[in-house]
Each structure stands twice: as structure tokens, then as C-alpha cells.
Design a protein around this ligand. Structure first.
Ligand SMILES: Cc1cc2nc3c(=O)[nH]c(=O)nc-3n(C[C@H](O)[C@H](O)[C@H](O)COP(=O)(O)OP(=O)(O)OC[C@H]3O[C@@H](n4cnc5c(N)ncnc54)[C@H](O)[C@@H]3O)c2cc1C
Length: 419
């Protein structure tokens, strides 16, 4: 079956959906239809296994600026997607080592940078932390604390549900259980996609295939370095006497753990992306050796958490929340961060094919989804980004071409704070 579209989006995760909604809204009644081609179902990839936190703190000023803009979009999503998503604003407490030297300086520099972007991110005292957590958290003189009050907490199932509703409202052609297998090239552009449901012609193609991108575009000679970093997500049952409802999200870089109270009775936790050059190098080597590619995401075995991993997490909960006693385990799963070599996202036009656009999140896609959708829609419908304050050069896929990727994880900048 042959079909023709104005834009075909490959991948129905949060980024693919956001791009489709923004492009279709711009096309309005002018004609031109947008399709999402998704090999499983909408949101079945990594977009079903995240913590739904929207925060702005980021070591790149431009990424921080864009996250701040995205936060506003999430709060008022209806004009963009045609649906709104409920959110809470618990804020976040960042915990770092008080190294007395480089560690502390990095965080002070981050505070200056974020405040320069108008982002509320400031050092707070041990006493503030105790008050905000109603004495649930353990603090130490060896630690420093920062507060980001504007951090939002969304709910993953509500996001997936909103994506489905918005796809219908925006009259997107959602082709599920449909795999893009190959591309047909004409001149400098991609003219058609070969899929498991036939040949689709497209004026514009958006790559939102996330962790599958490297494999998918290798046949076109494009190098899109995305690898998987495994991570465990665990839930523990808690009482309001142990951890108060409404406690800020805890980004604990001493214990390498994010904690948040979720749906009243759950303490949800997982590790952040590793900034260790060796870990990034290992993630990339693993992908190259994995014959199943990133389909490991869909493997049912990946939903199990071993006793060893659990013990490791229990130790971190007990260390940070001593009053809790031995936490009650309430389930967990294995997930993956879709990382790039420099941990920055890949956004914007392809450097070889003039109708191909990349929209990949580098392990932090959800928070950026609405703004990435708008930027890609700007590029496709206007040929330029409409906001003068946004420059995406730093995130271009071209930064990887012809490069020895190992230089990224040998870069000292990565060894700085974990954002
Ligand atoms: C434990 C954990 C917690 C996280 N928490 C947060 C958080 O709080 N905030 C945040 O911003 N980010 C968070 N992230 C990161 C976030 O989950 C991901 O970056 C994001 O979900 C990626 O979205 P995506 O749309 O790019 O990719 P995906 O959701 O993976 O979508 C890609 C889609 O492409 C489809 N596809 C692939 N190949 C093909 C093909 N050939 N044909 C058709 N379809 C194809 C796949 O089936 C998939 O559905 C977290 C990640 C983890 C692991």
C-alpha cells in the first residue's frame, strides 16, 4: 500500500508525538497530513519507563533555557497539543558532596549559570532541607544542598493517555505495529520510507526513533550515536510518617539516586545517568555487541530486578531516609537511558539529507518534548526557529560526523557535576 504525507515521524514516543502535534497544528487547514509510524504502539518505547520529572537545571545554559521554556509549555499544554496534563510542582532538592574544592565550585558555578538564565536554583541550608522534608532526610556537614522550586512532577500513564487523545484530536495518522525498514533517496532528500505496511512518500521525515536511530540510519551511511545505559527503577511502600507527602523530589548525587514520593504511598527511586567516561564508553561498546539492537527494551526479562540490585537500592534508601527502617519493596523494572557520547540531545536538520530532521533526547527527552516539537515544526514549516533566544547549533548531529567518538567520553567536561 503506497501513501503520501507532508511529514512522516518515525517513532511514537513522547518526542515523535510532540513533533507530530506541532507540525500538524501549523499545517492547519492548509492541507498536508502528518503520520507517526510506530513499530509497537504509541509510547511503548522508553517513553513508558521514565519518572515524568520536568526540571531545568542543566550544565548547558542553552539546554537549561530550553527546559525552562518547556516547563511553561507543560503547564499550559492545550494550545500546543489540544489536551492538558495535570501536574504537581513539588520542586527538587539537589544533594552534592561538599568537596571544599572542585565539587562545590562546580555547583556554585551551576547556580550562577542557572540564575543568569532566570532559573530559580539556589543553595539552601541543612535546616531548610530538614524543614522541607519534615525531618525525613538525613543531612551531613559533608554535603551541600540546592533547591529548584519550579520542578514539575507529571504522571507517566497520564502522559501516554494524553498522547493518544491528542493524536486523535490533531487528526494524526498513527500507524502502529508498523516498522520502518529502509529509505528511498532522491538527490539530497529521502523521498520514501519502506515500512512493514508498504511504501510511504514524505516531503519531510522526522527521526524520533530514539535508541533505535543508530541501527535504522546506518544503512544510509549516517552516524547517529545513541546507546543504552541500563538502570533499575524500584518502588518501595512508605507511610506518611516516614516520608511526608509533598516532599520535594530528591536528586541525591552523593548516593547517585533520584527519590520521589509517588501516588501517595510509593517511594520511587532510580540512579541518574552516569557521567563517568568509562561508563559511557561501556554503554557504547555494549550496543555494538548486541545482536538484538535496542529491542532489548521490549524484552520481558528487562522488567525483573535482581536481589543484588535491590540490596544496593535498599542501602541507599536507608542511608538517606534513616527513620524508615527496612523499606517494603513493592516492585520494580529494568529501564534504559538513551544516551549520546556527550550526553547532549540531538536536535535539528540532518547535515546530508535536506528533508530529514533529528529529535533525540539523550536520556532526558520527556521534559523537552513540547519545545522540541515546536522547534522541529518551526524548521519544517518556516525554515528557521521562531524564537530569537534559542540556538540549537550545539545539539546538531553534525557534531559527530567524522569524529572519533571516544574523544567525548575522554572529555574532562563530562567529569564535572552530574547534570
Ligand atoms: C528510569 C528513567 C527515568 C527517566 N526519567 C525521566 C524524567 O523524569 N524526565 C525526562 O525528561 N526524561 C526521563 N527519562 C528519559 C526518557 O525516558 C527518554 O529520554 C524518553 O522517553 C525518550 O523518548 P523518545 O520519544 O525519544 O524515545 P522512545 O520513547 O523510545 O520512542 C522511540 C520509538 O521509536 C519506535 N521505533 C524504533 N524504531 C522504529 C522503526 N524502525 N519503525 C517504527 N518505529 C520505530 C520505538 O518502538 C519507540 O516507541 C528517564 C529515563 C529512565 C530510564
Amino acid at each position: 500500500m503506497n501513501k503520501s504525507y507532508h511529514t512522516v515521524v518515525i517513532g511514537g514516543g513522547c518526542l515523535g508525538a510532540a513533533c507530530a502535534f506541532s507540525v500538524q497544528r501549523r499545517l492547519g487547514n492548509k492541507g498536508g497530513k502528518v503520520a507517526i509510524v510506530e513499530k509497537k504502539v504509541l509510547g511503548a518505547g522508553l517513553s513508558s519507563r521514565h519518572s515524568a520529572i520536568v526540571r531545568s537545571a542543566n550544565a548547558s545554559p542553552m539546554a537549561a533555557r530550553m527546559a525552562k521554556m518547556a516547563t511553561q509549555y507543560w503547564k499550559n499544554l492545550r494550545p500546543l497539543w489540544g489536551v492538558s496534563i495535570p501536574y504537581e510542582q513539588p520542586g527538587a532538592i539537589w544533594i552534592a558532596e561538599n568537596a571544599g574544592g572542585s565539587g562545590g565550585e562546580n555547583w556554585a558555578e551551576l547556580e550562577r549559570l542557572l540564575q543568569g538564565e532566570g532559573i530559580d536554583f539556589a543553595m539552601i541550608s541543612h535546616r531548610d532541607v530538614m524543614a522541607m522534608s519534615r525531618q525525613a532526610l538525613k543531612t551531613s556537614p559533608d554535603e551541600i544542598y540546592y533547591h529548584e522550586p519550579d520542578v514539575l512532577q507529571l504522571d507517566s500513564p497520564q502522559i501516554l493517555n494524553a498522547m493518544q487523545t491528542a493524536a486523535k484530536k490533531n487528526r494524526i495518522d498513527v500507524l502502529e505495529h508498523c516498522t520502518v525498514i529502509d529509505f528511498e533517496v532522491s538527490g539530497q532528500g529521502i523521498c520514501a520510507l519502506h515500512t512493514s505496511q508498504g511504501r510511504f512518500f514524505a516531503e519531510h521525515v522526522i527521526n524520533a526513533a530514539g535508541a533505535w536511530s543508530a541501527e535504522l540510519f546506518a544503512g544510509l551511511g549516517l552516524q547517529i550515536p545513541v546507546a543504552l545505559e541500563p538502570v533499575y527503577a524500584a518502588n518501595f511502600l512508605v507511610s506518611a510518617d516516614d516520608i511526608p507527602d509533598g516532599m520535594p523530589i530528591i536528586a541525591d548525587y552523593v548516593n547517585q539516586a533520584y527519590f520521589r514520593r509517588w501516588r501517595g504511598s510509593i517511594l520511587h527511586m532510580h540512579q541518574p545517568r552516569s557521567r563517568k567516561p568509562k561508563d559511557i564508553a561501556r554503554s557504547f561498546s555494549r550496543t555494538a555487541m548486541n545482536p538484538e539492537g535496542t529491542n532489548v527494551i521490549y524484552d520481558a526479562l528487562s522488567f525483573n530486578v535482581s536481589h543484588q540490585q535491590l540490596d544496593n537500592y535498599l542501602g541507599r534508601v536507608i542511608d538517606r531516609f534513616p527513620a524508615i527502617g527496612k523499606p517494603v519493596y513493592a516492585g520494580g523494572y529494568h529501564s534504559f537511558f538513551d544516551i549520546t557520547p556527550d550526553l547532549k540531545f540531538i536536535l535539528g536538520s540532518d547535515s546530508r539529507f535536506n528533508n530529514l530532521y533529528h529529535c533525540l533526547g539523550a536520556g532526558q527527552a520527556l521534559k523537552y518534548a513540547p519545545i522540541f516539537g515546536e522547534i522541529i515544526a518551526d524548521l519544517i514549516t518556516e525554515g528557521r526557529i521562531s524564537s530569537n533566544s534559542v540556538d540549537i547549533e550545539e545539539f546538531s548531529v553534525a557534531r559527530f560526523s567524522g569524529n572519533d567518538l571516544t574523544r567525548y567520553w575522554c572529555n574532562d567536561a563530562l567529569k564535572q557535576n552530574g547534570l
